[in-house]
Ligand binder design. Structure first.
Ligand code: MN
Length: 488
């Protein structure tokens, strides 16, 4: 992960004289330093801008610097907005307009015209807001006192979404084999995603992976198996299967790193020359932050890597997921999510077990090793990116995951159980209405608001299904959006 930072650009003007500008600068530096202690990424004070040129210069530099993941603007005083037009028009990085002020309270005895002229964010923020609206510039607006925890959380969440933008623009996906035959939802326009989201999606031959596997040494396998044993409980005697998965992981990781790919997909229909579908191998790669999508689903693979990067510590609790089967007992309605093998251990409630079982689907000559565990309980989201033909739609649904209500002793894969909002059946109706896929990214630490921010920055359609959604309202919303996105 790159060491990302955000730039703090403060608006002012010459009208108030050098003393006021000095005060603004000192306070802005103090705020940036204090906020950097509580935000997930540093906020670096850059300039108290008084001219068109100062704003254009800092924007040009922000666009150029790869470590700069976005800018945060604030108007301590009034900052006439015509001088922001050139800079904001050229801005290519995410933008947050922070509507705050240095003092929390109005000082009863002290307040006079000088005080008001120095502390007029309420005034300046409206001028600043107008030009953002007039330019139709995508931006996040956070209002509140700069020392409040809620404000820190909201700016922090936006920062993570902006890092998701930076990661997206760098995204390279390695495809081993094509999409599963005849499946529609895993398809998509690879040129369109490169234009819109920055993703480079390309194919490598499975034969090249098999060749790479042939070069893996026993010593390399020993080292990775030791890592598996340190992280997971080994619940199988079949060490050959574990070692085979290690060989697959090492070879895939070498190819991914060599090409700078942060995500990959494969398919059980093309394992030519391999004994097993990568299970444990893909799961352990996901644990390290790589995105994965089964059945050639490169869209969900890239989204998995992006949501992981947006999460806690740059590798949060997010993973590739698939809606598998329902529990429809009245009052206990849940979805059971799993996959053939490849569920990310960042979703696990407890230490995963390495097990080996027969896998009937695909061309598995031998029983593949995989991690088996139960998913955590808690609030989360599921995310699906679909290609509507001519545009991309991002669908996010709020979920409440529970400890699986059944032990399911014969189920040989990791499993997560959840209830979609507003309730399982309405939630399913909404999801199906919007065209959401069976493959998703399930996340415990990225929120719907963050995905909305990400979609706005990426300029793609966003659909949120939550506690207040009804199929009727959603249908109307989709109809309107269909028209809007045809015009855009
Ligand atoms: Mn699948």
């Amino acid at each position: 992960m790159r060491n990302y930072e955000f730039w703090f650009v403060v608006g002012s003007q010459f009208l108030y004289g050098p003393e006021v500008l000095k005060t603004v600068e000192t306070r802005a530096k103090e705020m940036a330093a204090e906020l950097s202690k509580v935000l997930p990424y540093p906020l670096v004070y850059k300039v108290t801008a008084k001219t068109n040129k100062e704003i254009s210069d800092v924007v040009r530099e922000a666009n150029y610097r790869p470590e700069c993941a976005g800018i945060v603007t604030w108007c301590h005083t009034f900052s006439p907005s015509k001088m922001w037009i050139d800079g904001l028009r050229d801005l290519q990085k995410p933008w947050l307009h922070f509507a705050t002020q240095y003092n929390r309270e109005i000082p009863n005895d002290e307040i006079d015209m000088d005080f008001m002229n120095l502390n007029q964010a309420a005034h300046g923020d409206r001028e600043h807001g107008f030009i953002g609206a007039r330019l139709r510039k995508p931006r996040k607006i956070v209002a509140g006192y700069w020392q409040d925890e809620k404000v820190h959380r909201r700016i922090g969440d936006w920062m993570r979404a902006a890092v998701g933008v930076a990661v997206s623009k760098d995204m390279k996906v390695m495809r081993f084999g094509d999409n599963m035959r005849e499946v529609a939802v895993t398809e998509g326009d690879k040129v369109e995603v490169q234009i819109k989201l920055g993703w480079q999606v390309n194919t490598w031959a499975v034969g090249d992976l098999v060749k790479e596997m042939g070069k893996v040494t026993e010593a390399e396998i020993d080292a990775l198996v030791a890592e598996y044993e340190a992280s997971y409980d080994v619940a199988t005697d079949n060490t050959a299967a574990i070692r085979y998965q290690a060989k697959e992981e090492i070879a895939m990781k070498k190819m991914l790193d060599r090409e700078g790919c942060k995500a990959f997909s494969n398919t059980f229909q093309d394992l030519y020359g391999m004994e097993q579908l990568p299970g444990l191998a893909s799961q352990h790669l996901m644990a390290q932050g790589y995105g994965y999508g089964g059945e050639g689903d490169w869209k969900v693979s890239a989204m998995t890597a992006i949501l992981k990067a947006m999460g806690e510590g740059g590798n949060g609790a997010s993973g590739f997921m698939e809606d598998y089967t329902y529990h429809l007992a009245e009052g206990q309605e849940y979805s059971l999510g799993a996959h053939m093998l490849e569920v990310c251990p960042s979703l696990a409630a407890d230490k995963p077990r390495i097990e080996t079982h027969h896998l009937g689907i695909g061309m598995n000559e031998k029983d593949p090793a995989r991690l088996v565990f139960e998913g955590k309980a808690g609030k989360g989201i599921v995310v699906s990116l679909i290609d509507m033909g001519g545009r991309l739609r991002l669908i996010v649904q709020d979920i409440e995951a529970v400890k699986p209500i059944l032990p399911m002793p014969n189920l040989p894969v990791a499993r997560v159980m959840w209830r979609a909002l507003p309730d399982l059946t309405t939630g399913v109706e909404c999801w199906i209405t919007a065209g959401g896929a069976h493959h998703t990214v399930l996340s415990y630490d990225v929120t719907a608001e963050q995905m909305r921010d990400w979609a706005r920055m990426m300029d793609i359609e966003f659909v949120h299904i939550g506690a207040d959604t009804t199929p009727e309202k959603l249908e109307e919303e989709l109809l309107v959006k269909d028209l809007i996105w045809k015009l855009k």
